[in-house]
Ligand binder design. Structure first.
Ligand SMILES: Nc1ncnc2c1ncn2[C@@H]1O[C@H](COP(=O)(O)OP(=O)(O)O)[C@@H](O)[C@H]1O
Ligand SMILES: [Mg+2]
Length: 220
């Protein structure tokens, strides 16, 4: 089977690209799919995340570092396409790098995590142009915004809602709230699934995102 490719992109650092990449990769791997995370960010956060796991309990998906491939990352990723069911490319901020554009060339789905505050959202609007440019070359590319670090009990600020149409990208139904267990997952090299009942709200969010993503790329 040819792998479905998901590129996790945003203009901005700190919007949740690595968090979404790793939680999604772990959740899909738990469904007995073969999952590869391509760490395309020279900061190597995804690689460190997986390396933080204990030997007895490795991170459930494979992680490789390919940031050195730079604008040729799509060619490198293609080499793995027959060996995995899903390849998730954790990209560096688009403003500093040609990698996101390259990753989007071969992606089935672009996920754009954004923090729903007006400042973060304005800073991320530039990713729209990157996706639009690539859509001419990769007509199959689908895209979704994923709201991350939502605060419970505060509705999305009116200003943020007004900015959403600027992206010209559909909004995923699943949303991710601000929760400590997302940070803890990185420290322990795991996903929220490994934190038991205290993580049940986070597990629900990641499972909803996973189901939505798998439906978009048409794999169950
Ligand atoms: N939903 C969340 N709740 C709490 N902390 C989060 C959440 N999403 C991300 N973080 C934290 O915010 C920081 C930036 O997230 P990260 O996924 O590394 O962003 P990016 O890869 O876009 O730079 C990290 O310390 C991460 O643990
Ligand atoms: Mg990152």
């Amino acid at each position: 089977m040819v792998a479905k490719i998901i590129a996790v992109v945003n203009q901005k650092g700190g919007s949740g690209k690595t968090t979404v990449s790793m939680q999604l990769a772990g959740a899909i791997a738990r469904r007995k799919k073969r999952v590869l995370v391509v760490d395309a960010d020279p900061q190597g956060t995804a690689t460190r995340w997986a390396a933080s796991a204990e030997d007895e309990k490795p991170f459930p998906a494979s992680v490789i570092g390919l940031s050195a491939a730079s604008a040729k990352v799509h060619r490198e990723v293609k080499k793995f396409i027959d060996d995995y069911d899903f390849i998730i490319i954790d990209c560096p901020p688009a403003a500093d790098s040609p990698v996101p554009q390259s990753a989007l060339l071969i992606a089935d789905l672009a996920l754009v995590p954004i923090i729903p505050s007006p400042l973060d959202m304005w800073a991320a609007v530039g990713i729209r142009q990157v996706i639009l440019n690539v859509e001419d070359l990769n007509e199959a590319l689908q895209s979704r915004l994923v709201l991350n670090q939502c605060q419970p009990k505060t509705t999305l600020a009116q200003e943020s809602l007004e900015i959403l149409p600027e992206f010209g990208i559909g909004l995923a139904k699943a949303q991710i709230h601000h929760r400590q267990v997302y940070r803890q997952s990185a420290v322990y090299g795991q996903t929220v699934h490994d934190f038991g009942s205290k993580a049940s709200a986070a597990i629900k969010e990641i499972e909803a995102l996973t189901k939505e993503v798998m439906a978009i790329v048409k794999t169950q």
